[in-house]
Design a protein around this ligand. Structure first.
Ligand code: COA
Length: 260
């Protein structure tokens, strides 16, 4: 389902999903959430897509949920954001985000489900749920305290004030802060590197990292061992080991399989 405000393009194994509704500061409507879900669903199914890049423009990410939609919403109305967030949270392939300008509400909380997040130094984050008489969404009440610690998360969620890219970086929401003109190339470079990694190893590693943290280190190790045993015997790993021992560059076809 194409949507004029959700621009999807694919190149070099990267599916780029751009939020583009500048006249409303990229506010996300229900129809846009549905288009985001469709785009993610396709990216998940298409084997040539290795990485998804979520982005706005050099000066704007998103002002969050469309407040007109919120205004119309009844308690019993289903939220189109939920299927999108479920897909995002369970997404097996790496998710990279490039954030500039305003990143409000879900513009910040969706980042908690991404793997690599790059922000321009003009980025301005905000979690104004309490300010809007709402409460946190997208799992942020669990994920943010886990990431940033209770007090830092409480400051961001309870006061709901805008915060800078440096603060987001210190809280663990953002990997790196760059100049606005370097944002997209930085995010794309990371996405390209990920796309060149062995896809199955990426998926297994991400799945292991996403396991509930309540388990013990022993349980984690036992789980890792099961995947490790399969991966260590698979052709991709064998090719990389062989190449190292033979002092040559690995053959990408043996790592990624022959491209159609
Ligand atoms: N939902 C619907 N419309 C929005 C919107 C949103 N989340 N954010 C911005 N807009 C609209 C404005 O109503 C305005 O529309 P208009 O030109 O038809 O009047 C237009 O986008 C420009 O917004 P404006 O507020 O003038 O831009 P700004 O640069 O001064 O401020 C923000 C940018 C993001 C700080 C500000 O728009 C804002 O706070 N938006 C609401 C954020 C929010 O609460 N989101 C929900 C989180 S749960």
């Amino acid at each position: 389902m194409d949507h004029p405000n959700i621009l999807v393009s694919q190149h070099d194994g990267i599916c780029s999903i751009e939020i583009s509704r500048r006249e409303k500061k990229n506010a996300i409507t229900s129809a846009m959430y549905r288009a985001l879900s469709v785009a993610l669903g396709h990216a998940r199914e298409q084997s040539h897509v290795k990485v998804v890049l979520i982005r706005g423009q050099d000066d704007l990410f998103t002002s969050g949920n469309d407040l007109s939609d919120f205004l119309q919403r009844k308690a019993s109305d289903p939220s189109a954001a939920i299927p999108f967030l479920h897909l995002l949270s369970a997404f097996e392939k790496p998710l990279v985000a490039a954030v500039a300008g305003n990143a409000v509400g879900i513009g910040t909380t969706l980042l908690l489900h991404c793997d690599l997040v790059y922000a321009a130094d003009n980025a301005l984050f905000q979690l104004p749920f309490v300010n809007l008489a709402l409460c946190p969404e997208a799992g942020s009440s669990l994920l943010l305290p886990r990431l940033a610690g209770h007090q830092r998360a409480a400051e961001l969620l309870l006061l709901g004030e805008p915060f800078s890219a440096d603060t987001a970086c210190a809280a663990g929401i953002v990997n790196r802060v760059v100049a606005p003109e370097q944002l997209m190339e930085t995010a794309l470079a990371a996405a390209k590197k990920l796309a060149a990694q062995p896809a199955q190893s990426l998926a297994v590693t991400k799945a292991l990292m996403k396991r509930p943290p309540e388990r013990s280190a022993i349980e984690a190790m036992d789980e890792e061992v099961i995947f490790f045993a399969d991966l260590v015997a698979a052709p991709a790993a064998k090719e990389i080991f062989s190449a190292f021992l033979e002092k040559r560059i690995p053959n990408p076809e043996k790592i990624h399989g022959a491209q159609p």
